[in-house]
Each structure stands twice: as C-alpha cells, then as structure tokens.
Write a protein that binds this ligand. Structure first.
Ligand code: UD1
Length: 456
C-alpha cells in the first residue's frame, strides 16, 4: 500500500487543469448498458474507480475500446449477462449505478448489495423504491439485489430521504425510466451537475428527459437508445481540492477547466475567509473556465454547512476543515449529508488541529499551525484533507493508505509537485525491507548468548 511523504511549507504556484469528473463518469459509463450502438466517452479520468467500472461493465458483456488517454468506446457485445459480483461492488459502492440500466435493458439485474463505508451506513432503499414504483420486482437473494421486470412502466417517483435526495438513486431511476413505457416524473430529484451531465448523455442517445438539474425531472420513455459521443464534465471536487491546496499554502495557482458555476457555494465560503477565486476571462463558459486562486495572508473563520447541490458539497468538507485550521478564530462545520463523515478529525488532531466534535458538528479552533505527523487515510476525501494539511504543516507528514486517494485524484502527487510541493509517493514495505536486512536482529546485538546473564 503506497504512502505519501510530504515536507510542508512550500507555497504552491503554477498552472494545472481539472480532470474529468469521477462522479459523473461512473453513472455515465453504466448508462452505456442501455445503448444499442457504441457510446464514446472523452475526458474520463484515469482512476481506479473508472477502471473498476470498466471491469464491471466488461463482466456484463459491455466491452471497452481505448481511443487514447481518457477516451474510450463502450459496446454491448453480450446482453445476456446481468450479475454484478460482490468482488467488484465492494471496491466501489457506485457499482449500484448498473442496477437501473441493466433492469431496463436486459429485464433483470442482480447487483450485490453494497455494504457500509468508512463514514457510516449507506442505504440504497430510495434506489429500490424508485425502481419498484416503475414496476420492478425486487428481492434480496444471497446478498444480491435481484430486480426483474418485463417492461418498466412510467410513474411518479418521490426520491427525497432523511438527508435530502439521492444522487446515484436519481441516476438509476432516470436511466431506467428512459426505456419505460410512458412518462416518469421524479420528484425531489438530486440537482447535482453530474445528473445534468447524465441527462445530456441520455438525450444524445435518444432519450426524452427534461428538467434535469431541478428537483422535478420528467422522462418520456422511448423504445430504444442509440450511441453518442460525450465529453465528461470537469470534476468540481477535484477542482475545489486544488483551489484549497493553493489557499492552505498561501499560494497563487491558475486552474483551467474550473467548473466555477458548479462551485458557487465553495467560492462563496472561500471569499468570506479571504481566498480569492478570480475568473480570468468573463467570455469563457462559467462551468469550465480559467480561474486564479490567491489569498490574503490572514484567513478569517466561517460557518460551513454541507447540503445537497447547490449547497456546500459534503465531498469538500474534510478539505475545508484542514484549511480552517489556519483561520484566525473559531469556525463551525456541520455535516448534513453524512453525519458520521468525520474520520479525518482524529488524524488532523494528531497534527495539532484543535477540533471539537458534537454529533454532526465540529468546531475548528484555528490556530494557524499544524505539525507534521504520520497519519492514516481512511476514505477518499479524508485523504485529500490530510494531504492538504501536510502541505501546510511544519515538518514531515506521512500519509499512509493513499489507495483511497487514487480512487478520485489522478496522480495527485505529480500535480502537486508540478506546483512546487515537496511530496513523494513511496511503498512503506519496500522501504522497510532493505532496512530490516541491513540491521542485525536487535536481540543478538544487545545480548549475545555467551554473555547472557552476566553484568556489563
Ligand atoms: C454521491 C457521490 C458522493 C457524494 C454523495 C452526496 C458518486 C459516485 N458519489 O454518492 O461522492 O458524497 O453523492 O453528495 O456520485 N440515502 C438514503 N437512501 C438511499 C440513498 C441515499 O437514505 O437509498 C442517504 C445517504 O445515506 C446520504 C444521503 O442520502 O445520507 C445522500 O446520499 P446519496 O446522494 O445517495 O450519495 P451517493 O449517490 O451514494
């Protein structure tokens, strides 16, 4: 398992480009299961999650042909396969996105029930209720969700839950409804830009979807879907993470393909604390433009509450916490999507952060200082938070288990190093092995047998 070693204190400066969105790519790729013709994707980030999704689709008879970096074409060559195995699903909860497309197109889907994750229970009840409303019969069999239906029938589906709507649940129901008979209306649909991107792909394939991006999405079912050529939208979470990396090091960084309009809640909080996100050309598309990140020397504290889009994203909460450790005063962070998503709190505390948690709220007592330490990544965004903390901490930080990070950031250490960060990837086992060989066993050196029991 790789780790990063970071020597903190370098100010980041330079220019980078945001990758395509992981969270958009996964349901987009799954939607290719609905198509009768090949679907080409561009700007797909080369990550372990997208590779796993391609593997899963391959097991479902949907072949991927590469067309160069970030470009590939998916074609359904065997439509008899319907089982998403636990081995893959457990590595990536987003495997659940194949449920709706498989059911709608192949009349049956067996998807291993995803388990919990580092930040708590992750139910899929809303996905299932949505598909049931469209006429699917759903059973749990040997740990698999088994959904069957001859042809789905349009219906009105309510997807609001105790923590708001569900992003992948909306993706599942919307994708399935494209081939249903008649009209489906999703009320309390997720409004995330990734849902709009999915609707754009489906419409390009011949679907009839209106209202995506609002809480009410209408889908008029069609008989079949064709191919398309689709560029994935830029990753707003990656873009925000690099903006925060610039800010935490008091740096000056230009980011291309920055989805400014999709990050207004983050930009708003950054402006309030003294971090400036300035668009460089007002004529550019605000969802994919160039921005420059600069910041005041002294950061102010603030209040952050995570919410469904367009609110502050839960996926940026951990990184924001690291940044607020450097504000002068007390900030308050409340997590309203995943109330247990605070695995980074204990690790940041090891670096000297003053964090006080009460339920879903953490008070961050900014004292402008963190000290490097060995810390352990526990989930994707928590890992990013620890990397940011390491960039600004005094001394050396070792972040272990960065495989979490590789799920969502393309070669983050290279991107940060290109901006001047002192960061390297290494394999702790490979470092430990030569050391073990070089040093004689401690017990023999200290206490040779012949001297055992004798003084001196
Ligand atoms: C997606 C994102 C993830 C992000 C999350 C919230 C992907 C691949 N992942 O995850 O990065 O953090 O949105 O923005 O796009 N819930 C239920 N029942 C359900 C489904 C969800 O109660 O059937 C709850 C969840 O526990 C959570 C809330 O609804 O509290 C939102 O979850 P959801 O939007 O479904 O998250 P994902 O789509 O899995």
């Amino acid at each position: 398992m790789d780790a990063f070693i970071i020597k903190g204190g370098s100010r980041l400066s330079g220019r980078i480009t945001a990758d395509g969105s992981k969270n958009a790519s996964l349901p987009l790729m799954a939607a290719a299961l609905l198509a009768d013709e090949p679907v080409t994707f561009r700007r797909v980030p080369e990550l372990s999650d997208t590779a796993n999704m391609a593997r899963l689709l391959g097991e479902l008879g949907c072949d991927a042909k590469s067309g160069g970096p970030g470009v590939f074409t998916l074609s359904n060559v065997d439509t008899s396969l319907t089982h998403a195995r636990y081995d893959i699903v457990r590595t990536m909860r987003a495997s659940i996105c194949v449920l709706g497309p498989l059911l709608a197109k192949r009349k049956r889907a067996a998807v291993s029930m995803p388990g919990g994750c580092a930040f708590g229970a992750r139910p899929v009840d809303l996905h299932l209720r949505g598909l049931e409303a469209l006429g699917a019969k759903i059973e749990l069999n040997g740990g698999d969700i088994v959904a069957t239906a001859d042809r789905l029938k349009g219906a009105t589906v309510f997807l609001g839950g105790p923590f708001g709507s569900t992003v992948l649940g909306t993706a599942n129901v919307m994708s399935a409804a494209t081939l249903a008979e008649g009209r489906t209306i999703i009320e309390s649909a997720a409004c995330e830009p990734e849902i709009v991107d999915l609707a754009n792909l489906l419409n390009a394939m011949g679907a009839k979807i209106t209202g995506a991006g609002s809480p009410r999405v209408t889908i008029d079912g069609v008989d079949q879907l064709g191919g398309a050529d689709h560029p994935v939208l830029p990753d707003r979470i990656v873009a925000a993470t690099y903006a925060l990396a610039a800010a935490i090091t008091n740096g000056e960084v230009i980011i291309d393909d920055f989805p400014y309009d999709y990050l207004l809640a983050v930009v708003d909080r950054l402006n309030l604390i003294g971090v400036h996100v300035d668009r460089q050309d007002e004529n550019q598309d605000p969802t994919c433009c160039t921005v420059k990140i600069t910041c005041d020397r002294r950061l102010k504290p603030t209040i952050v509450t995570t919410q469904p889009y367009p609110g502050f994203p839960t996926d940026v909460q951990a990184q924001m916490m690291a940044l607020l450790c450097f504000a002068e005063g007390n900030s308050i962070i409340t997590e309203k999507i995943f109330p247990e998503r605070f695995m980074h709190v204990a690790e940041l505390t090891r670096m000297g952060a003053q964090l006080f948690r009460q339920g879903p709220t953490v008070v961050v007592q900014g004292n402008g200082r963190l000290v490097g330490a060995p810390v352990m990544a526990s989930d994707l965004r928590a890992s990013a938070s620890l990397i940011l903390a390491g960039l600004a901490a005094e001394g050396e930080t070792i972040v272990s288990r960065v495989y979490h990070l590789d799920r969502g950031y393309v070669q983050m250490e290279r991107v940060l190093a290109s901006l001047g960060a002192n960061i390297e990837r290494f394999n702790p086992d490979e470092v430990a092995e030569p050391l073990k060989k070089a040093e004689p066993p401690l017990v023999e050196t200290v206490k040779p047998k012949s001297l055992a029991g004798k003084p001196g």
